[in-house]
Structures are given as C-alpha cells and as structure tokens.
Write a protein that binds this ligand. Structure first.
Ligand code: ATP
Ligand code: MG
Length: 244
C-alpha cells in the first residue's frame, strides 16, 4: 500500500523519481528494524511530543514523499498542534509546490505555507531547501522534518532551532544532527505522535520540560543501532559477534 501511494504520488506530480530511491532505502532499513515501532522509537516520540507542546512556533515541513505517504495524518497533527504545514522541497518547482499545497488543502489543511509570498533563505545552504517562508520555518522555534537531507537539518540547528526528525536511518546525517530523532517509518510514527500530543497536553510545562531534558538523542540513536544488530545476531543464529 505504501509503495502504491508513492507511485501514485509520482504520477500525480507530487513525488519526484529521486523520492522513490529514498523510499526504497527507508524500506530496507524498516526491514532491519522489524517493521514495527520499537520501544526506543516510542521514547523519542514521547520526547518529541513534549518538545512540540513546549514550542511557541512549531512548523511541520512537508516534502513530496511525506505528502504522498502521510498527507492526511500530517494535516491532523497540524490541527492538533495549531502548527502550520510548510512545503519545502529539494527538487523545487512552482508546479510541484502548487500540487502538494492543493493535495494538503483537499485533505483539510487550514494553512499551507509555500514561501512564495515571503521567501527568505536559510543561511549557508545551497540546495533549494534553503528557500523558506519568513513567517513559517524561518521564524519557527521547532521544525518537524521527515525524509530530509542532512544539510538542512544541520543549518536549521545552526540557526538555533530545535529540529525533530523522523528518519528510518539511525546513521544518517539528519539523524545525527537533529535535536530529537525518531527512528521509525513516518506511516507509523505520525499517528502515534499525534496521539501522544493529545494525551500529554494536560501535563505542566515543568513535566514536559523534564521529559525533554531527560532525552539523550545520541544515546537513543545508539540504542536503535543496537536493536538492529541484536535482531540480526538473533536471526543469524550467532548471538556472539564473529571474530574476523
Ligand atoms: P543524510 O543526508 O541525512 O545523511 P540521505 O542522503 O540518505 O541522508 P535522503 O536521500 O534525503 O538522505 O533520504 C531520506 C531519508 O529518509 C533516508 O535516510 C531514508 O532512510 C529515510 N526514509 C525513507 N522513507 C522513509 C519513511 N517512510 N519513514 C521514515 N524515513 C524514511
Ligand atoms: Mg544526503
């Protein structure tokens, strides 16, 4: 079903061919994780929900794959948080931006920013991903990203923003540079994140703050890698690492 959505996105001009490659890489990593949301990912989802609730201006960055795979869920998350969706593309064209915006609006989005009216640049970034909306990503305190390239995450963090990344690859530059990385498939993660936000809304700022401060992203990434390696060791029948 996920593949069909991506391919449908390709034919409707939302997804670019390069998006298929990124999706395939994600599928391979999801296979290694057991195609389920791990307890390690759940910890990151909880910390991400707390950070989003503490943020004054959270923004959800949407690219073609995200719109095709979880457009509806992103619209729901955006409503739950009162956070705008902003279309941000590596392979940017006016036509693709319009199609993605229309797709999100047809799914019930209230506000979709595209940086066409108030375009500014993320300093130090070469790709078209540098083009952001002044009242969106540019002035956000927290940005939620997915299927992202490492460069922009690094630059957003350098601008002093908090970045929450959903990335199936615990080794990617995005995963390493983000403030909080959720190593999970967006199709499982975004609905879980929305549920957590709704549940945790009743917590005090102090409680939310202590959840965020108690989260260590580098440790969480190491735990995801350890889960993959333990799972492979179990499946291979060699519980102990082989000597070379
Ligand atoms: P980086 O530049 O961060 O080191 P990269 O060059 O691999 O990484 P991209 O080519 O932009 O980055 O790939 C997008 C990332 O999205 C990949 O790490 C891929 O594993 C991940 N990804 C693909 N599909 C999904 C999905 N459905 N859910 C979550 N992550 C995904
Ligand atoms: Mg890259």
């Amino acid at each position: 079903m996920e593949r069909e959505r991506i391919v449908k996105g390709l034919t409707s001009g939302i997804v670019v061919p390069e998006g298929l490659l990124a999706h395939g890489r994600g599928e391979a990593l999801d296979y290694l994780l057991g195609e389920e949301t791990t307890p390690v990912a759940m910890e990151a989802i909880k910390a991400a929900a707390a950070l989003l609730l503490l943020s004054r201006r959270p923004v959800i960055s949407v690219n073609g794959n995200a719109a095709a795979l979880v457009g509806e869920e992103l619209v729901r998350l955006s409503r739950e948080l009162g956070a705008p969706l902003e279309v941000n593309l590596f392979y940017r064209s006016a036509d693709r931006i319009r199609r993605i915006k229309e797709h999100l609006l047809s799914l019930g989005a209230e506000e979709v920013l595209t940086a066409e009216e108030d375009l500014v640049e993320v300093p130090g970034l070469e790709s078209a991903r540098r083009l952001v909306s002044r009242r969106g990503i540019y002035s956000a305190d927290t940005v939620l990203v997915m299927m992202e390239d490492g460069d922009r995450t690094e630059k957003l963090v350098a601008m002093g923003k908090k970045v929450i990344a959903v990335d199936l690859n615990p080794l990617s530059r995005t995963a390493r540079a983000a403030t909080i990385t959720i190593v999970d498939n967006v199709t499982r993660c975004i609905p879980l994140l929305r549920e957590r936000v709704a549940e945790m809304r009743r917590l005090s700022r102090e409680e939310l703050d202590s959840i965020v401060r108690g989260f260590d992203n580098q440790r969480n990434l190491r735990e995801s890698i350890a889960l993959i390696s333990k799972r492979l060791a179990r499946l291979s029948g060699y519980e102990e690492p082989l000597s070379d």
